[in-house]
Design a protein around this ligand. Structure first.
Ligand code: CA
Length: 228
């Protein structure tokens, strides 16, 4: 069974979301402020977190950043909720490490569809976090080994982490900043060209033809997307 933590201080919204997720067959945990959310995420390790941005004690963006820095729970997907809907806020949400973002007010149908999409995108995280395969590529996360067909790939530490991050989010566009923060860490002080350089090296190792990549696709002006 999938466990979902819903964090929202508005009781009517919290109850509605919790009830609907339960009807979908999920186990639901609830928190009404940022501190309680952090405690639950660390002790219960849910499969997904629904996180409102406007929260007492510690806001949702702060909670998200702390979760992403904690290796015990950093893999947990997060869907952010907010009343603000500008593109700038959306980027703030995604850059803080959220997997998806829903602007209030939203319909329950849309909400549940987003939940299903994030859970579907994260099967590697939820079912078997140790082995990820896609097309001719296979990664043994625990052993830190990667293969193309029968050949083991010689990847550097960062190339390996980058490949895992891309493969775990197959089909989704990851911005350079998001990749930078997830692979290099939030404390890393560098620019997004670091990502481009490592992508180039990684392509030379995993692609049949690095000048015509089939796995790591450049999404102009945003970042990269992994395709099988
Ligand atoms: Ca709120």
């Amino acid at each position: 069974m999938i466990t979902i933590l819903v964090v929202e201080d508005e009781e009517s919204v919290l109850d509605t979301l919790a009830l609907n997720l339960q009807e979908e067959g999920h186990q639901v945990l609830t928190a009404k402020d940022g501190e309680q959310a952090l405690e639950l995420v660390r002790t219960k390790k849910p499969d997904l977190m629904i996180l409102d941005i406007m929260l007492p004690k510690l806001d949702g963006l702060a909670v998200c950043r702390i979760v992403r820095k904690d290796p015990e729970v950093s893999h947990i997907p997060i869907i952010m909720l907010t009343a603000r809907g500008t593109q700038g806020d959306k980027m703030v949400g995604l850059d803080s490490g959220a997997d998806d973002y829903i602007t209030k007010p939203f319909g329950l149908g849309e909400f549940l569809a987003r939940v299903r999409a994030v859970l579907r995108r994260a099967p590697g995280r939820i079912v078997t976090a140790q082995m990820i395969s896609s097309g001719d590529l296979q990664v043994d996360v625990a052993a830190r080994r990667a293969y193309r067909g029968n050949d083991e790939l010689k990847l550097s530490h960062k190339e390996f982490d980058l490949l895992v991050e891309l493969m775990r989010n197959e089909g989704a566009v990851l911005s350079r900043d998001l990749i930078l923060s997830r692979v290099w860490g939030y404390d890393y002080y560098g620019d997004s060209r670091t990502v481009d350089v490592h992508i180039r090296w990684l392509r030379q190792k995993i692609e049949e033809d690095a000048s015509n990549p089939k796995h790591i696709i450049t999404v102009r002006g945003i970042g990269y997307r992994f395709e099988s």
